[in-house]
Structures are given as structure tokens and as C-alpha cells.
Design a protein around this ligand. Structure first.
Ligand code: FES
Ligand code: FE
Length: 430
């Protein structure tokens, strides 16, 4: 019991069709999440396309624990806790940069980019048995990557990353295979925002196929409707063939592949078709006709949104990381991925698409953030106890990859909550 909250209460607060407001507002729940979810699941840290050069690094967190992801002078990617072995001062303050060595500002201990402690000022004054080799930078218990996406886990006993990802893994592959070299670049900058609200608001929203045509109605009206002549009412009234999917382990997918959004993208950026043709050719040359067409269909024109539970989202060209800070403060990092070896206008179009919907003065992200703020305000009304997640409960279907439904339902959100509940209750006495 922490602060009057019994961890086993999650069993009654998270139900199949509803979730209690305290799951969002209760500080003890937040601490339980850091231990049970961010302390046990594979947590996304960064993509190697963010660190193209030896010595490139970025800061990140596993839950609330600070880490550095760095490409060593030897070219290898490693993840270290951002914490000096002497007396725990953090080593890197900048969000990202390039380093020859990691120098602790407090007493000047120096580590190399492989984490070895290489210098201690006036070492002769340490005890006679002091060995630098005993104090390398510490690494998370488990680290693994898929398609250049690096994850870490604080739990030694976690299943292998590929098993944890399951059906979601292939959508990470699609995202990078769209590049003719098989590599993406994520070093062009990051849109960052923080909002006064709970981290789960952004997780849900990333997979919420019910809200877009409503919250982003200006985009649907002005851009899709007026400029492109696309009628998107099916997105919300349930007649569109696009799907929401719940994979095992809380991963989720909004699947737009049954609609040819390639036609929409082409229409939006006049002059693109030539570049698209060249790109298409390059992808098919590398992957073959069948796999190439599958990859292009999957994300050549923004074919799906993917959540890798708990903190990674792929949407269109974007890699989004959701970082809880406290029950009522969340940071989001949204980086546009560029493709290697494609005509420049294709990457320009990717950047513009990202800015159009996710930039600070765009059609999309600011609307969503406003909803997170309003949800946080409304959650303070204690008499309104339950948040509802029952939309589409009676129409779910399943196949080998998991449970699916029409996109404007809450099927993928229920999958997220099932996994949430399972992790939060693992090892917690009833
Ligand atoms: Fe890093 Fe003392 S805390 S050198
Ligand atoms: Fe949105």
C-alpha cells in the first residue's frame, strides 16, 4: 500500500469496458506504472538513425531513469545510465550531441564512449586497491534492437525482444525498408511538446481512430475535402474499411492499407509522381516485386499507425516517443524520418507532411494537446468516475495477428488496457 492506495485495486479500476479516473490521477498509480510497466516491459530508447556518426549520443529515459544512447568510437550502439560511478552526477546535460569522451563535471572522472572509466584525477589518492576497471558506466540489464529501433528492459527475465514485439515487429521493418538503403535518417530535428496531463492520454490518442475526423475537422474539411476532394466521413461513421487492431502485449495498429492513400499523397504534392516512381523502383530492386510492393503499400503513403507499448508510436513519417514525467506532466518527442538514397523532393515532402499535421502551428498535434489538457481538467471532477471504452465491443473479430475491428472503435484501446492491467498486477497480491 502506498499513500492509501493498494496496488491490487487496479483489478477493479481497469475493467473490460471502462477505466476509473484514479488510474489517471492517482500519484501512487504513477509510481506503480514506473515499476510494473516501465520497469518490466521493453522500453523504446532510440533509433540508430539518430546517431549516424561515431560519438553521436542522445539522452533518454527508461521510465524515470536517465540514460544515454551513444554510438561508440568503434561504431557500436550502447545504452548507459546517465550517472557517474563516483557519486552519481549525470554526465550529459545536452539532449543530443557528439562526444570524444564522457567527462563528469563534478570531480572530473572520464569515461570512453564504450563506457570504460579511463581517467580519475589524482587517482593515486584513492585506496590502494582501487581499480578503474571496477567502475564502467552501467548498462540496463537487457538491450536489443529491431530494424535499428533500440529497446532496453530493466527486467532480466523479460522475453526476447522479437517475441515481445510479435506481430508488431514487421511494422517496424516496413518503416525502415521503405528506404532504398534499408536505413532511415532521424537527425533532422525533433518536435517536442510537454502537456499538463497523463502519459496514457497520448498513448490512447495515438491509436484513437474515433477522434480524427472530429477533433481535426479543419484538416478533414479544408485539406482532405476542399483541396483534395476526399470524403472522409467514413472515418468516423463506421463505413470506412480502415481497421483498428490489438496485438498481444498491448501493441496496436490503425491500418489504412485498405484505402489507397498513395493517391492522396500524390495529389497533395504536385510533381511528386516522378520521384515516387524512382523511389518505387529502388525499393523493388532491393526487396523484389512482392516484398517491395508490400512495403510500399504499408507505408509508402502513410499506411498505418503503430503503437509499440508502452512508449513508441510510428505515424506516417514520424517516430514518436511518449515520456511520462509525473501523473500530470508528459513530454512527447516527434521526429520525422527521412529516407536514404531517394530524390530530395521526396524527403522534402515527408518533412512538409510532418509539419502540416504535427508542427506547432499545424492541423493536428495542437488539437490533440488541447484535448489532453481538457481531459486532465475534466478528470478533476471526482463524481465522474469512469472513462468508457466500450465502443465496438460487440463487433470485434479476430485472426492470427490478434483482434480487429473498424477503425473508429475502441478495440485497440481495450487491447492497450488489457496489457496495462496484466503488467500492473503481475506479482501484486490480490
Ligand atoms: Fe562524477 Fe564525482 S560524481 S566525478
Ligand atoms: Fe489526433
Amino acid at each position: 500500500t502506498a499513500g492509501g492506495f493498494d496496488p491490487a485495486e487496479i483489478a477493479t479500476l481497469v475493467r473490460a469496458d471502462r477505466v476509473h479516473r484514479r488510474v489517471f490521477t492517482e500519484p501512487a498509480v504513477f509510481h506503480q506504472e514506473m515499476a510494473q510497466i516501465f520497469g518490466r516491459a521493453w522500453v523504446y530508447v532510440g533509433h540508430e538513425g539518430e546517431l549516424p556518426e561515431p560519438g553521436d549520443y542522445k539522452r533518454a529515459r527508461i521510465g524515470l531513469e536517465p540514460v544515454i544512447m551513444i554510438r561508440g568510437r568503434d561504431g557500436r550502439i550502447r545504452i548507459f545510465f546517465n550517472s557517474c560511478r563516483h557519486r552519481a552526477a549525470s554526465l550529459c546535460q545536452e539532449e543530443r550531441g557528439n562526444l570524444q569522451h564522457l567527462l563528469c563535471p563534478y570531480h572530473g572522472w572520464v569515461y570512453d564512449t564504450a563506457g570504460a572509466l579511463v581517467s580519475v584525477p589524482f587517482q593515486e589518492q584513492q585506496s590502494s586497491d582501487f581499480e578503474r576497471g571496477d567502475y564502467p558506466l552501467l548498462q540496463p540489464p537487457r538491450v536489443a534492437s529491431r530494424a535499428g529501433f533500440w529497446f532496453a528492459c530493466m527486467d532480466d527475465a523479460v522475453e526476447p525482444l522479437d517475441d515481445y514485439l510479435g506481430a508488431a515487429g514487421k511494422y517496424l521493418d516496413y518503416f525502415v525498408e521503405l528506404s532504398p538503403s534499408g536505413r532511415i535518417r532521424l537527425d533532422t530535428g525533433v518536435h517536442k511538446y510537454a502537456y499538463p496531463g497523463n502519459w496514457k492520454a497520448q498513448v490512447e490518442n495515438s491509436m484513437d481512430g474515433y477522434h480524427p475526423a472530429l477533433v481535426h475537422s479543419s484538416f478533414f474539411r479544408e485539406v482532405l475535402g476542399e483541396r483534395l476532394g476526399v470524403d472522409a466521413t467514413g472515418m468516423v461513421d463506421g463505413t470506412s474499411p480502415v481497421q483498428a487492431r490489438a496485438f498481444p502485449n498491448g501493441h496496436a495498429l490503425n491500418d489504412y492499407r485498405m484505402v489507397d492513400r498513395g493517391a492522396i499523397l500524390g495529389a497533395k504534392s504536385g510533381g511528386l509522381p516522378d520521384a515516387q516512381q524512382a523511389h518505387r523502383q529502388a525499393v523493388i530492386e532491393r526487396l523484389g516485386e512482392t516484398r517491395g510492393a508490400e512495403v510500399l503499400r504499408a507505408n509508402g503513403a502513410d499506411g498505418y499507425n503503430l503503437l509499440v507499448f508502452p512508449n513508441l508510436v510510428l505515424i506516417g513519417v514520424q517516430v514518436r516517443v511518449i515520456q511520462p514525467i509525473s501523473p500530470e506532466l508528459t513530454e512527447v518527442y516527434a521526429a520525422p524520418a527521412l529516407l536514404e538514397n531517394v530524390p530530395e523532393e521526396l524527403n522534402v515532402a515527408r518533412l512538409r507532411a510532418h509539419e502540416d499535421f504535427y508542427g506547432p502551428a499545424s492541423f493536428g498535434a495542437p488539437d490533440d494537446v488541447e484535448m489532453f489538457v481538457r481531459q486532465w481538467q475534466g478528470l478533476q471532477a471526482t463524481r465522474n468516475e469512469w472513462l468508457l471504452y466500450e465502443r465496438g465491443m460487440e463487433t470485434e473479430q479476430s485472426d492470427a495477428e490478434g483482434i480487429y475491428n473498424q477503425c473508429a472503435t475502441e478495440t485497440s484501446l481495450r487491447g492497450i488496457w488489457r496489457r496495462y492491467r496484466e503488467l500492473m498486477l503481475a506479482g501484486v497480491a490480490a
